[in-house]
Write a protein that binds this ligand. Structure first.
Ligand SMILES: Nc1nc2c(ncn2[C@@H]2O[C@H](COP(=O)(O)OP(=O)(O)O)[C@@H](O)[C@H]2O)c(=O)[nH]1
Ligand SMILES: [Mg+2]
Length: 335
């Protein structure tokens, strides 16, 4: 295997220290789980405020001072849904439910809408219990700027907080800055990092990382990848090669191919998902930057259109601003 011979020279590993200084904001904070304190839900609600203002605020405005439901009001409601990036098809489905319910009371319509959205967001059947391979290899993919590196940092911190040993692979070798950015996140999350030089073969980095993780008894490997889209074909080939190469070391790896989508790109996120899924077989989604947009309806659009589970949502730039997606909490935060 050609890429192994240069390993000694090129591969460096760095174990970060817990003493590394970080600004108070960057200081590692306990990773919350969905069943933990009210602070977790409050944070979600705060960070989704832009979408909530459009959604729930808009709803109240439409119904203010109106008695009964007429065509104009329904039209306004449909426009509102589309404005939040819920998608035309999903908006139409919801409007049909409202029309056929014959409800006229604003509160009742709101609660019907809430129930219908929840049933879209909830997976049809509970996911089968995950077997936990060790190391569990997660390949993280997505277009540049969607939040791959940041999400890896957040995931690593969560895993570290639950006592797991994490190793991160710097397989976005396209820019030196990308490797440096990942090193900072690894440090914050107390994770090991495996990196080569800029422009090194990303598949070789991934292979070394998986090998090092096995040797060191790591629980989780997070593989950062490039996302330049102007060379779309090459990118997909590069990602496929990484995937193949990993499976040569661990046959059933990667155990997860996590696609990162940026909520602020709206419906574009859906076409990106199609592209990456066709090439790689995406097993889970993370939707970032829900804090920065009034178009959080994209969550509903994604769950209604794609048959890929939405596992995580990013609601800020801080290390603990990644939450496991919980449909009912999300809907409660929206209304
Ligand atoms: N507001 C907000 N910003 C985010 C979130 N996730 C990532 N970002 C920011 O998005 C930018 C690009 O993220 P990065 O991880 O470098 O994207 P990559 O190119 O896919 O690796 C950075 O400025 C991040 O801080 C999020 O959930 N909310
Ligand atoms: Mg990156």
């Amino acid at each position: 295997m050609i890429f192994r011979k240069s390993k000694k020279n090129e591969s460096e590993t760095a174990k970060s220290s817990r003493q590394v200084s970080a600004s108070p904001d960057e200081e590692k904070q306990p990773a919350n789980g969905p069943n933990e304190s009210g602070g977790y839900f409050r944070r979600l609600k705060d960070q989704l405020s832009k979408t909530r203002k459009t959604f729930s605020g808009g709803f109240d405005r439409i119904f203010a001072g109106k008695k009964g439901v007429d065509d104009d009001l329904l039209e306004e409601l449909e426009e509102l849904l589309i404005k939040t990036d819920i998608g035309v098809q999903t908006a139409l489905t919801l409007m049909q439910k409202i029309s056929s319910s014959k409800l006229t009371d604003a509160d009742q319509i709101k609660s019907l809408l809430k129930d219908e959205i929840l049933s879209i967001l909830q997976p049809p059947q509970p996911a089968p219990p995950e077997t936990v391979p060790s190391p569990r290899v997660i390949m993280v993919v997505g277009v540049n700027g969607t939040g791959k590196t940041t999400t890896i940092g957040k995931l690593a911190a969560k895993a570290d907080a639950s006592g797991k040993k994490v190793l991160i692979a710097a397989a976005d070798t396209f820019r030196a800055a990308a490797i440096e950015q990942l090193m900072i996140w690894a440090e914050r999350a107390n994770a090991d990092i495996v990196k080569h030089k800029e422009m090194a073969d990303p598949a070789a980095v991934a292979f070394d990382a998986v090998e090092a993780a096995s040797a060191r008894g790591a629980d989780m490997v997070l593989i950062d990848t490039a996302g330049r889209l102007h060379t779309k074909v090459n990118l997909m080939e590069e990602l496929k090669k990484i995937k193949r190469t990993i499976s040569r070391k661990i046959p059933d790896a990667p155990h997860e191919v996590l696609l990162i989508l940026d909520a602020t790109t709206g419906q574009n996120a859906l076409s990106q998902a199609q592209l990456f899924n066709d090439a790689l077989g995406i097993t889970a989604l993370a939707l970032t930057k829900l804090d920065g947009t009034a178009k959080g309806g994209i969550v509903i659009s994604i769950c209604n259109t794609l048959k890929i589970p939405l596992k995580y949502i990013g609601i800020g730039e801080k290390i603990d601003d990644l939450q496991e997606f919980d449909a009912s909490q999300f809907v409660d935060a929206l209304f």
